[in-house]
Write a protein that binds this ligand. Structure first.
Ligand code: MRU
Ligand code: ZN
Length: 205
């Protein structure tokens, strides 16, 4: 067992607040979604599996090592591997958020391979983007209950592409990441808005 540090509780409180906000938007219904943040020693604070992400308490945030093994006896998110893969790949990534919003869930019905976002002012909410005259691609992967296999697909894509801020899992949700919980929450909110724009533009709603 690893004792929880002040840093752990500070990060846990950020994830709890993020969950309250994300749930207020209806983006994590019925215990869906998972959140994590990396601590300075390389361990990761992550949501315990099966908890409602809108009413998280400190005991609903647990500690894992960089490979996803529980350090406190609790059961981490069923999708832990998708988080640890991002931390292993990107040294600057400090937080990963996964909502199940309606727009992300439906997006792949309209855009089965990828969603292209360009010429939107709100793209500037994404780290490093300074003009609306930008084009980013959000890849779409088929949903899969085998998270290791899904993670390998994501890995193969990220091996070949840079400037990726998020990916969608068809009929499931999306993953986004960033340099802090605050940055990642900004990415999440901006992407959700942009998915909504694209669905309204190209869909029948
Ligand atoms: C309640 S269905 C959603 C789950 O299957 C899963 O996709 C999810 O996002 C939450 O799983 P969890 O194990 O709580 O992190
Ligand atoms: Zn999920």
């Amino acid at each position: 067992m690893t004792a929880k540090s002040d840093e752990f509780y500070a990060i846990a409180d950020q994830l709890i607040a993020a969950g309250r906000f994300i749930d207020s938007k209806g983006w994590v219904p019925a215990t869906s979604g998972n959140f994590s943040a990396r601590l300075s020693d390389g361990t990761i604070a992550i949501t315990v599996s099966g908890r409602h992400k809108g009413c998280l308490q400190r005991e609903d945030i647990m500690l894992i090592d960089s490979s996803g093994q529980s350090l406190d006896g609790k059961k981490p998110s069923a999708e832990t591997l998708l988080h640890t893969a991002l931390y292993q790949r990107f040294p600057d990534v400090q937080a990963v958020l996964h909502p199940h919003s309606i727009n992300a869930t439906l997006a792949a019905r309209l855009f089965p391979d990828q969603l292209v976002l360009e010429n939107y002012e709100l793209l500037k909410a994404l780290q490093g983007i300074t003009t609306h005259e930008t084009r980013i691609v959000v890849p779409v992967f088929a949903n899969d209950q085998d998270i290791a296999r899904l993670s390998r697909q994501v890995e193969a894509y990220l091996d070949q592409h840079s400037g990726v801020y998020a990916y969608i899992i068809a009929s499931h949700g999306f993953y986004t990441w960033g340099a802090s919980v605050t940055d990642t929450l900004r990415h999440l909110e901006a992407l959700e808005f942009l998915f909504d724009c694209e669905i309204r533009l190209h869909g029948k709603v």
